[in-house]
Write a protein that binds this ligand. Sequence first.
Ligand code: SF4
Length: 217
Amino acid sequence: MLSKKKTLLAFERMKKMYPDARGELNAETPFQYLIAVILSAQATDVSVNKATPGLFALYPTPRALARADENLVREKIKTIGLYKTKTKNIMRTAQAVETEFNGEIPETIKELMTLPGVGQKTANVVAGDVFNVPAIAVDTHVERVSKRLRICPKKASVKEVEEALMNKIPEDEWVLAHHTIILFGRYHCTARSPKCENCPLLDLCLEGEQILKKINQ
Ligand code: SF4
C-alpha cells in the first residue's frame, strides 16, 4: 500500500499538473450548483453544462423549480443521462429546499443527504465546494486513481477509498484533493488508456509499471 508520505508526494505531483483544480460545473448560486451536481451523476460535466443554462433561465430558484411543469423540466434536461429520474429528483429537491429549509440549501452533509437524489458523493461535493466543509467525494475517477496508486486496496469500497484518502491527506486539502484527482483521472490516468509512459507518478505507481510491462511484451 502507498504510504502516507508517498501519497502526499503523488498528490503534490498531481497539483503541479493541475494547479488550478476546481469543479467544472457551471452555476451562479449554491442552489444551481446543487442541481448541477445532482444532474452530473453518471453523466459528463460537459453534457450538464450544455443543458443547465436553459434550465436555470426558466427555473433559477428552488421556488421556481418546485412549481415547474414536469414535462418542461424533462424537456430541458433530456440530453443528460437518466433524465427522467433526475427530473423527479431535482423537482423534489427544490420542493424540499423550499419547504424544509426555507429556500436555502442546507450546509451540513447530513442535512444535504436528506434531499431526494443526494447521496454521499453529491453531499460531499456541495458541502465542500459551497460551504468549505472538509470532505472528499469519491467518484469514478477518484476511485480508479486511488486504487491504481494503491492509496487503498484494489477491492476497497467507496467508503474505504474515502477513508484511506482522509487518513493520508491533511483535512484542509480534502476539497482540493477531490478536484485535483478528478482532473488527473479524467485527462491523464484515464480508464482505458492511462498515459503511464509519461506519467510523473510512475515511480510511485505499481499498476503503472504493470501496465507498461504488458504494453512492451
Ligand atoms: Fe495512472 Fe499510469 Fe500514472 Fe499509474 S503510472 S498513476 S496508472 S497514468
